[in-house]
Each structure stands twice: as structure tokens, then as C-alpha cells.
Ligand binder design. Structure first.
Ligand SMILES: NC(=O)c1ccc[n+]([C@@H]2O[C@H](COP(=O)([O-])OP(=O)(O)OC[C@H]3O[C@@H](n4cnc5c(N)ncnc54)[C@H](OP(=O)(O)O)[C@@H]3O)[C@@H](O)[C@H]2O)c1
Length: 262
């Protein structure tokens, strides 16, 4: 029997792909969303053969309002029990030098699409008295992020939005899980303009982050911060003055970028 239907955005690589695999092994039917349809089709083929589940592929550009409309239309009347808003984009570099279009794309994917899809599927979950929203944010959501200002701010939006929804969803039967990873070894570094690996040895694997996310969701936990150093970092941001936090992140980013192989 199916565990329900989960919609996962950004399922073509990294954390989203690993979350899709993890949900498939737990018996969830899947709706996979991203732009690279060939990758989604290959994953759908793999998962439906291995786990006897139904997998639907939706190719959509979540940086556009049309893209989120395509997802909602493709789902139609189907009941969605879990929404995983994982698709995300970033950019490393000084704000005034970074491409303006990319900065706006970060806001559109990380914030606007997350709001649109959560808003689209939440009423059905509340009406049924069950369901789960999983928002993939970042430790960056807890601090200002010089040299990745828009990315950090977009994740701060997700943190605040999720904290508010947690309160609104009390007693509805619907739960929300906010996942805040630190550096994870995925394609994200390359697409964010980092030449090399971010986080070095401290970077976690996408599979470990996905497992922590799905386990946290199944246990109906609100905050999931994979990795003890990342939990410590978030605890520190609660006592550190914001200006000092900004200066520390700036130093870290500078060092990190200087250390990248060119
Ligand atoms: N990697 C890290 O260090 C790290 C740390 C903390 C938080 N996170 C967060 O984790 C989430 C997943 O990132 P990841 O590390 O797994 O990166 P990734 O491997 O680059 O995956 C990003 C996913 O988002 C999708 N995506 C990007 N732009 C899109 C668009 N315009 N429309 C639809 N889908 C789009 C990509 O699919 P297509 O390219 O096929 O569209 C891909 O499936 C993001 O929200 C990121 O902010 C990552």
C-alpha cells in the first residue's frame, strides 16, 4: 500500500534526488519536479522499477510563475500528502558585482516558488487533517551572509516563514519540518559560481542530509539541522551580535573562495 504521494522539487540532483530515493524506499508515490527532464525520467524509471511506486515527472522552471503553475496543473486533483520544497539556487560574490538576473532568480526559486507551492497544496492537507511540508533552508538562514547576501537572505525568509506556519498549523494535523544543512557536496557549488568544493572535509553527503530530513519529517520534528558542527553554529548565532556574525561569515567566505582551486 502507498504511504501517500510526495512532491519533491529539485529532484534531478543532490539533496532532492536523495530525498526522492529515501521516500521511495518508504513506499511514497512521487511527483518529481525540476528543469532537467531527462534526469527526472531516468530517476522515475529507476524508482518505479525498484520500489513498485507510481512516479510522475514534471519538467518546470520554478524561477517563473508559469513554472509553478505547470506543477499545480500537472498535479490536478491528485492528493499531495508531502511537499518537499528543495529546489534552490545561490551565488557567491559581492552583491553589487553579481549578475542582477541571478539575484532575482535566487529570490524567485528559493522564496516565491516555495510560497506558491506551499500555498497551492496546504489547503488540501488541512481539509484532510494530515500532511507534511518540508522546507529545505540552510544554516545560512540564521545569519547575514556577506558575499552571498541574497542567498542567505532568501533562506532567512524560509526560516521565518516556516516558524510562522508551524504556529498556524498547530492542531490541523499538518506538520512542517524546516531543514537547515551546512555545506553539502552537490552540484550546488558549481551552479553557485564556486570553482571547487565548498566546506571541504566538513561537507556532508546529500544522502546523509536526505536521511536526516526524511527521518525528521516522519518523527514530525520542526527543526532538523544535520551535523553537530552545524547545530553548534546555529546555537552561536543566537548569542552573537549580528554585525559580528556578518564579519565572521565574510571572513569565512573570503577564505573559502581563496582556497578554491581555480
Ligand atoms: N549544497 C549545499 O551546500 C547546501 C547547503 C545548505 C542548503 N542547501 C539547499 O539544499 C537545496 C538543494 O540543493 P543541492 O545542494 O541539492 O543542489 P543541487 O544539486 O544543485 O540541486 C538543486 C536542484 O534544484 C533544481 N533547480 C534549480 N533551479 C531550478 C529552477 N529554476 N527550476 C526548477 N528546479 C530548479 C535543480 O534542478 P534542474 O537544474 O534540473 O532544474 C536541482 O534538482 C537548495 O535549496 C539549497 O539551497 C544546499
Amino acid at each position: 500500500m502507498s504511504a501517500g504521494t510526495a512532491l519533491v522539487t529539485g529532484a534531478s540532483s543532490g539533496i532532492g534526488l536523495a530525498i526522492a530515493r529515501s521516500l521511495a524506499t518508504r513506499g511514497f508515490d512521487l511527483v518529481l519536479v525540476a528543469r532537467r527532464e531527462d534526469r527526472l525520467q531516468a530517476l522515475a524509471h529507476e524508482l518505479s522499477a525498484a520500489a513498485s511506486i507510481t512516479v510522475t515527472v514534471v519538467a518546470a522552471d520554478l524561477a517563473t510563475p508559469e513554472g509553478t503553475d505547470v506543477v499545480v496543473e500537472a498535479v490536478g486533483d491528485r492528493e499531495i500528502d508531502v511537499v518537499v520544497n528543495n529546489a534552490g539556487a545561490g551565488w557567491i560574490g559581492l552583491f553589487h558585482q553579481a549578475p542582477a538576473a541571478r539575484q532575482l532568480e535566487i529570490v524567485d526559486i528559493n522564496c516565491r516558488a516555495l510560497v506558491a507551492l506551499t500555498r497551492a497544496f496546504l489547503p488540501g492537507m488541512i481539509a484532510r487533517g494530515r500532511g507534511h511540508v518540508v522546507q529545505i533552508a540552510s544554516v545560512g538562514g540564521f545569519m547575514p551572509g556577506p558575499r552571498a547576501a541574497t542567498y542567505y537572505a532568501s533562506k532567512a525568509f524560509v526560516v521565518s516563514h516556516s516558524e510562522a506556519l508551524r504556529h498556524e498549523l498547530e492542531d490541523t494535523g499538518v506538520a512542517i519540518t524546516l531543514v537547515c544543512p551546512g555545506p553539502v557536496a552537490t552540484e550546488f557549488q558549481r551552479s553557485s559560481g564556486v570553482k571547487g568544493t565548498m566546506g571541504g572535509a566538513a561537507a556532508m553527503s546529500d544522502v546523509d542530509v536526505a536521511e536526516a530530513s526524511v527521518e525528521g519529517m516522519l518523527q514530525r520534528r520542526f527543526l532538523v539541522v544535520p551535523g553537530a558542527p552545524n547545530r553548534l553554529l546555529i546555537a552561536l548565532t543566537r548569542v552573537l551580535p549580528r554585525r559580528l556574525a556578518a564579519a565572521l561569515v565574510d571572513r569565512l567566505q573570503k577564505k573559502r573562495l581563496a582556497a578554491e582551486p581555480q
